[in-house]
Design a protein around this ligand. Structure first.
Ligand code: NAD
Length: 493
């Protein structure tokens, strides 16, 4: 049993009396359990964050940067521990935790250690000749952040780092089914010299602890990563307090293959892009549109490669694909596939859970679907599983129109060897990130965020400071005149 609250540098038990379990989806074993946090615990965490704010907000940037650099070193020395904890609570393959989640997170910390020292306003000038203008970027206050279960450590980083490096303090509510690495991280923040109260964590149910956090009067900004449905609720709850809102929501990334594409690159890119993290990735390739001349070969190539993917125990370095987050999620994914099949789509490969040794886990085979209608739910809705739907198109106009034909706009890719087609695709596809001839890679220096119902605001990069700071215009009179020319609007003489 672990304490579910980290507030003011102290771990304590939650107050709801409701026990939450962290389950390893590979075998159903209990990884950890805790009494979940509720509104009282949120109050305590917000109070700690509020108390820590003035000192942290006025700390010189170098002090924040030094602590973040220390945190990066600390995480490096515990990298294996973090990777294992992440794998146990999510079921993701250890290769992914070790080579992607943990190093990506450490790189984020290193980036924001530098960024903290580069946060500046626009250069000053005398726009009207009578005043010098300055721009200050000031922290907003206590940030309430809510994160999902698919990349628990990285999502905690994306929330915490821009907030605190800009001088805010934060209360993070991780997904209650994957809280382990967020709690480890909060403790490491204090060990690294980030003052107690700057980073606080409450582990509780969304409708209980989550809603209490968003609605709390001392929370000045809400940053949410999760599904579009819950994002709408978050926005609603933030409205009475006119709080700043940052939403990173669902995705349904298109993967557009033009007829001059490098077929081998596109097939490999589609398989890796669709199956990363079991497809439980908001930017995963989910809808491949392939121009007619390459369509058959693309489907055959993906089907062949899907068969070579090794399902297995997450802690085995040879495993390519682990279980999904829960049996419920595996059943949900299976439901999409069955309904598509019933509506006349073809399940080319997969479309089932494996039996045998893996039957006790939340596994689902890599699944390739063709022949679905563009307006069907398997094409339009977020599945969050290892399912790729492939549809053909004829003209470039049609391919790009299909790519834009969902409510989402988080990420997309275009595959072509023709520079002009690539340039057109990156311009016309409505998404926060468009890859050309690749799909998935991200870097700390570049922003991540959605268009349309995938949300607004940016994670990572210097752009994230747009969310986590207030811009203040300071105007200084440089004339020293008691009577200014503009006073004539009031005084005639
Ligand atoms: P979810 O929306 O169910 O939950 C996300 C978080 O919100 C959890 O911590 C949950 O406890 C909390 N929550 C649930 N109900 C709430 C409520 N009423 N009030 C406040 N908080 C509440 O999403 P999930 O299933 O955990 O994660 C998967 C979703 O996250 C997918 O839609 C995926 O696309 C999205 N996602 C988006 C990004 C991005 O950067 N855009 C990144 C990762 C995941």
């Amino acid at each position: 049993m672990t304490a579910s609250v980290f507030a003011g540098g102290q771990r304590r038990e939650g107050s709801t009396g409701v026990t939450g379990e962290v389950i390893n989806p590979a075998d159903g074993s209990v990884v950890d359990s805790m009494v979940l946090a509720g509104a009282d615990d949120v109050d305590a965490a917000v109070a700690a964050a509020r108390q820590a704010f003035p000192e942290w907000a006025s700390a010189p940037p170098v002090a924040r940067s030094t602590a973040l650099n220390d945190l990066a070193r600390r995480l490096e020395s515990r990298a294996e521990e973090y990777a294992l904890a992440e794998t146990r609570q999510t079921g993701k393959p250890i290769r992914l935790s070790t080579e992607f989640d943990v190093p990506g997170s450490i790189d984020n910390v290193a980036f924001f250690a530098g960024a903290a020292r580069n946060l500046e306003g626009k250069a000053s000038a005398e726009w009207d000749g009578a005043h010098t203008s300055l721009i200050r970027r000031e922290p907003i206050g206590v940030v309430g952040s809510i994160a999902p279960w698919n990349y628990p450590l990285q999502m905690a980083m994306w929330k915490i780092l821009p907030a605190i490096s800009a001088g805010n303090t934060i209360v993070l509510k991780p997904a209650e089914i994957t809280p382990v690495t967020s709690l480890m991280l909060a403790e490491d923040c204090v060990a690294a010299g980030i003052p107690a109260g700057v980073v606080n964590v409450v582990v509780g149910a969304g409708p209980v602890a989550g809603e209490a956090l968003i609605s709390h009067p001392d929370v000045s900004m809400v940053s949410f990563t999760g599904s579009t449905g819950v994002g709408k609720r978050v926005m609603e709850l933030a409205t009475p307090g006119v709080k700043r809102v940052h939403l990173e929501l669902g995705g349904k990334a298109p993967f557009v293959v033009f007829d001059d594409a490098d077929l081998e690159a596109a097939v490999h890119g589609a398989v890796a892009g669709a199956l990363i993290n079991g497809g439980q990735d908001c930017t995963a390739a989910t809808r491949a549109y392939v121009q007619r001349p390459l369509y058959e070969a693309f489907v055959a190539g993906v089907a062949d490669l899907f068969q070579t993917v090794r399902l297995g125990a997450p802690e085995d370095p040879a495993t390519d694909l682990g279980p999904l987050i829960s049996r419920r999620q595996a059943e949900r994914v299976g439901g999409f596939v069955e309904r598509a099949r019933a509506a006349g789509a073809k399940v080319v490969t997969g479309g089932e859970a494996p039996g045998g040794e893996l039957a006790a886990g939340a596994y689902y085979r890599p699944t390739l679907v063709t022949g679905a209608a563009q307006d069907s739910e398997i094409v339009q809705d977020e599945i969050f599983g290892p399912v790729l739907v492939v549809l053909p198109f004829d003209s470039d106009d049609e391919g790009l129109a299909l790519a834009n034909d969902t409510v989402y706009g988080l990420a997309a890719s275009a595959w072509t060897t023709d520079i002009f087609r690539g340039l057109r695709a990156q311009r016309e596809i409505q998404a926060g990130c468009v890859w050309v001839n690749d799909h998935i890679p991200i870097v700390s220096e570049m922003p991540h965020g959605g268009f349309k119902q995938s949300g607004f605001g940016k994670d990572m990069s210097m752009y994230s400071f747009e969310e986590y700071t207030n811009v203040k215009h300071v105007s200084l009179d440089i004339t020293g005149e008691a009577r200014k020319p503009w006073h004539r609007t009031i005084f005639t003489a």
